[in-house]
Design a protein around this ligand. Structure first.
Ligand code: SF4
Ligand code: SF4
Length: 254
C-alpha cells in the first residue's frame, strides 16, 4: 500500500505554486498561516500575505496552464475597462508603491469620480480604463490585485464583446479557475479569521483615499470600516460559498 504524500507546506506551495490544483490540506494550511500573519495587523505582515497570494497564483498559472492557452498578453487591456474590486490588504500594499509616484493620485481620483455610482456590470460601457493602465500595460503589474491576476481569457474577441456589453462567454481553464478560486477563498477566509472586513472595494476610489490619508490603514486594522462607502457588493460571503468559508475560518482559528 502506498503511503500518501503529506501536503506541501505553505512555504513550498508559495515557492512552487499549486502543482495541479490544490487539495484541502494545502488550503487549510495556507489559510491558517495567512490568518496568523494578518492578525498581527502590521504593514509588514499585511504585505507579506498579499505578496504570497500573488506569488502562489502566478506560479500556479505556469504549472497548470500550457503556454498559449490564454489569449492574454502585454498590450492587451480591454479587461482593464471592467470594474475592479480589491480587498483592503491589497490596496494598502499597492498604495505603498504608489506613494513613490504621487502624480498618479490625480489620475486615480479623476477615474474614481467618473465611475462613482455606476453599477459594476455597467462599468465597462463607459470606456474609462483603470487609472493604473499606462500605454496599455498595467503600471503595477507585480502588485496588481488578485481579481486582475486571476482574470484570464482564451479569446480576446469574447473580452471585447463583454466590454461592449454584448452577450459573451469568456472562457478560461477549469483547473486554473478552480485553483485561483481556492487561493481567493483562502485569502478571504484568512481575513475573516483575523477579524478583518471581508469586503471588496472599487480600486480607483480606495487607492485615492489611501494616498490622501495613509492613516486609514491603521484605522482599518483597529476595526473602523473606513472604506464602507466604496463597498462594491461583489464579494459574496453567503450562499454556496458560506459553508466553505465558515469551515476554513474555523480551521484557521484553531
Ligand atoms: S482577459 Fe481578455 S482583454 Fe484581458 S488581457 Fe486577456 S485576452 Fe486581453
Ligand atoms: S490594476 Fe492593472 S491589471 Fe488591474 S485593471 Fe488596473 S491596470 Fe488593469
Amino acid at each position: 500500500m502506498s503511503v500518501p504524500k503529506p501536503p506541501l507546506t505553505v512555504q513550498e506551495l508559495v515557492a512552487r505554486g499549486a502543482p495541479g490544483g490544490m487539495d484541502e490540506g494545502q488550503i487549510v494550511a495556507l489559510t491558517r498561516y495567512w490568518a496568523q500573519l494578518l492578525a498581527l495587523k502590521t504593514p509588514e505582515a499585511n504585505d507579506a500575505v498579499v505578496g504570497m497570494v500573488g506569488n502562489i497564483a502566478q506560479r500556479s498559472l505556469a504549472n497548470i496552464v500550457a503556454p498559449g492557452t490564454f489569449a492574454c498578453k502585454k498590450g492587451c487591456a480591454h479587461c482593464c475597462n471592467f470594474h475592479v474590486g480589491l480587498f483592503a490588504p491589497e490596496a494598502f500594499r499597492i498604495a505603498r508603491q504608489l506613494r513613490r509616484t504621487p502624480q498618479v493620485r490625480d489620475a486615480l481620483a479623476d477615474v474614481a469620480a467618473r465611475v462613482v455610482g455606476v453599477a459594476p456590470m455597467q462599468r465597462s460601457l463607459l470606456r474609462i480604463p483603470c487609472a493604473l493602465l499606462h500605454r496599455n500595460a498595467c503600471s503595477i503589474h507585480p502588485f496588481r490585485p488578485h481579481s486582475c491576476r486571476a482574470f484570464m481569457s482564451m479569446d480576446v474577441l469574447a473580452c471585447i464583446a463583454a466590454v461592449d456589453g454584448r452577450p459573451s462567454e469568456i472562457r478560461s481553464d477549469k483547473t486554473y479557475d478552480l485553483t485561483e478560486g481556492r487561493i481567493g477563498v483562502a485569502f478571504l477566509a484568512a481575513m475573516g479569521a483575523a477579524g478583518l472586513f471581508m469586503r471588496s472595494y472599487e480600486i480607483n476610489a480606495s487607492l485615492t483615499m489611501l494616498l490622501d490619508d495613509p492613516g486609514l490603514e491603521a484605522r482599518w486594522y483597529a476595526g473602523e470600516d473606513v472604506f464602507e462607502s466604496l463597498e462594491d457588493g461583489l464579494t459574496r460571503t453567503d450562499g454556496a460559498i458560506a459553508e466553505t468559508l465558515g469551515d476554513l475560518i474555523w480551521h484557521a482559528r484553531r
